[in-house]
Design a protein around this ligand. Sequence first.
Ligand SMILES: [Mn+2]
Length: 334
Amino acid sequence: MNESGQRSEEVHRAIWHVLADGLPAVVTSHVRVDGDGVGSALALWHGLRTRGLEAHQFFEPPMPSMFSFLKGLDQCLTDPAQLPKAYNLVVIDCGCFERIGESARQLTGRMRTVNIDHHDSNACFGDINHVDPGASSCGEMIYDLLAAGGVPLSREIADCLFTAIVTDTGQFSHQDTTPEALRICAECVRAGARPHELVRQLFMSPSPAQVKLRHLALGTLRFHDEGRVATMAITQEMYRQTGIGPVDTEGFAEVAVSIQGVVASALLKEMPGCGYIKVSLRSRESLDVCRVAKVFGGGGHVQAAGCEIRGALEDVREMVADQLQLQLRATSEP
Ligand SMILES: [Mn+2]
């Protein structure tokens, strides 16, 4: 076994040691949770219960509706007051503790914190830190953790892990779609996950309101740098017109970057009542949008990153488009 294999064996053992110490476990992920966060946390929750351990899921509301088909998610807690008095906290897919959301401060009953993540910017805030930037998703890491703990891959867990990996790889369109990511997906399918059903549920079932919002957002599409950079915006007014919130815009960020000739894109969302713009960056090829996100205090991965910028929508659009073009120049220079 190689060195990193040994290290992960040790960290898996340490994590299971904490999880089996007699306290209930609370698994959580980041605010406006995505497929990787919710799929990974829910898979671990199922796994802990399979082993006869008391476990709870906690997510900061509002929750996106697109994952509600996943079995067991209806049992998630959304108010810190519902949590047990003392518990071990497992934080998944969060680069820093504050990413959990506003409720992070209210998680006062946590005894030990286990931090499981694949962002290389991870702040190692846990008592145990299991950080693997080489993993496509936390779903991959949870698969290994469950296997190390002797948890059989049930249909429910397989659905969750497939969801985590297929969403975080951008439906297998990002460069981190490794043989390992696909091998784990294959194991999930063998265990009963149905890719055709999951992909349809996740990516091909927008509500009429979501289609209307997408139509409105497409009206703001703008090209920069001879069509190599594209930006798109969602305004407060569009949320009002369609009746859906920022949390139900999963997949919108992929629209502009999928256009022929576009190498990098930004989706800008006006966030209700806080005066800042949430920016989701995407890229094709080797352009590193995480570096652009970091300019504005954000983070993420090479092909998918994000940040929050205070300011008026059009000012933010210009700043972000400029930075993407700068990064494009820096990347294409020999
Ligand atoms: Mn992730």
